[in-house]
Design a protein around this ligand. Structure first.
Ligand code: CIR
Length: 254
C-alpha cells in the first residue's frame, strides 16, 4: 500500500511565499476543508496517510513535496530554494527516516521536490527560481549510483518543473509547452494542457489513477477522452498559495 505523507496547513499560510501569482486573501477554513478532501482522495486512491506535525510558524509547510524526493533506495532531503522553507525539512526527515535511508542535499546547492519528476529510471530536474545547477549536480551524484539518469530541464514562467509537466501514464506526460523547453521525454507521448488553462499540467499519479484539480475542465476533458481514471479535488484556496495537487503530499511505496 502506498504511503502519502501530508502535513496539516496552519493559519500562517496567509504569509506564504508567492512568486508567479498575486496575493489574494486565503480563506483558511476552506483551505483546511479542501486539504481534508485531498487527503480523502489520496485514501480513495489506496494510500495510507501519514501526517507530519503541524508547523504553525512555517507558512508553506503544507507543501511537503518540496522537502524530499523519495526513491525506492533512499529519501533525499532537499535544501529548498526559499530560505523560509528550509526549517520544514527536519520534521519531514524525522518521519521519512522510518522508511528509507536519508541522504541530504547540501548548500550552496538548492533543490525543491517540486522540481523533480521521476519517470521510471529517468529523473528530470527543473532549473527554476528554486533549484540551481548545483542542486541538479548533487542529485545526480546521489541518484546515479542507484541507476537513475538525471537531467536538468530549464523552466520559465512558473514555480517548479512539475508546474509545467507531470506524468499521466508510463508512456505519457501532460505539459504546458510555454513553460519548458522540449525536455528529454524520450518516446513518451506529450499531451498539452488547454491553452486557456496554463496551470493544469500538475496532476498526481498514484498507481494507474490520477488526481487533478477540478479548476481545469478543458484539460480534464482531454484526459477523459483518453480514458484515464481521474479523480478531482477543489484546490482553489491552496492555489492562491501557489500550490497544486502534487505539492501537498509525498507518495511512495512502503
Ligand atoms: C512556495 O512558494 O514555496 C509555496 N507558496 C508553494 C509551493 C508549491 N510547491 C510545489 O509546487 N511543489
Amino acid at each position: 500500500m502506498p504511503i502519502a505523507v501530508t502535513r496539516p496547513l496552519s493559519d500562517a499560510i496567509v504569509r506564504c511565499e508567492l512568486t508567479h501569482v498575486a496575493r489574494e486573501p486565503i480563506d483558511v477554513a476552506t483551505a483546511r476543508a479542501q486539504h481534508a478532501a485531498y487527503e480523502a482522495a489520496l485514501a480513495d486512491l489506496g494510500c495510507r496517510i501519514v501526517r507530519l506535525p503541524e508547523a504553525p510558524d512555517l507558512p508553506d509547510a503544507v507543501f511537503v513535496e518540496d522537502t524530499a524526493i523519495v526513491l525506492e533506495e533512499a529519501a533525499i532531503m532537499t535544501h529548498p530554494g526559499a530560505p523560509s522553507r528550509r526549517p520544514e525539512c527536519e520534521s519531514a526527515a524525522a518521519v521519512l527516516g522510518g522508511y528509507r535511508q536519508l541522504l541530504w542535499i547540501q548548500p550552496p546547492a538548492t533543490l525543491d521536490g517540486g522540481d523533480v519528476l521521476v519517470l521510471g529510471r529517468s529523473v528530470l530536474v527543473g532549473l527554476s527560481g528554486r533549484t540551481n545547477a548545483a542542486g541538479v549536480e548533487q542529485l545526480r551524484g546521489i541518484a546515479e549510483p542507484f541507476g537513475y539518469e538525471v537531467s536538468g530541464v530549464e523552466v520559465r514562467g512558473c514555480l517548479h518543473l512539475k508546474s509545467a509537466v507531470t506524468a499521466i501514464a508510463d508512456d505519457a506526460v501532460l505539459l504546458n509547452p510555454e513553460w519548458l523547453d522540449a525536455g528529454p521525454f524520450g518516446s513518451r507521448e506529450r499531451v498539452e494542457v488547454d491553452p486557456a488553462e496554463p496551470r493544469a499540467a500538475n496532476v498526481l499519479r498514484i498507481g494507474d489513477g490520477l488526481l487533478a484539480s477540478s479548476t481545469f475542465p478543458r484539460t480534464l476533458e482531454r484526459m477523459h477522452q483518453r480514458g484515464l481514471d481521474i479523480h478531482t479535488v477543489e484546490m482553489t484556496e491552496l492555489a492562491k498559495a501557489e500550490g497544486a495537487v502534487t505539492c501537498c503530499s509525498i507518495v511512495f511505496d512502503s
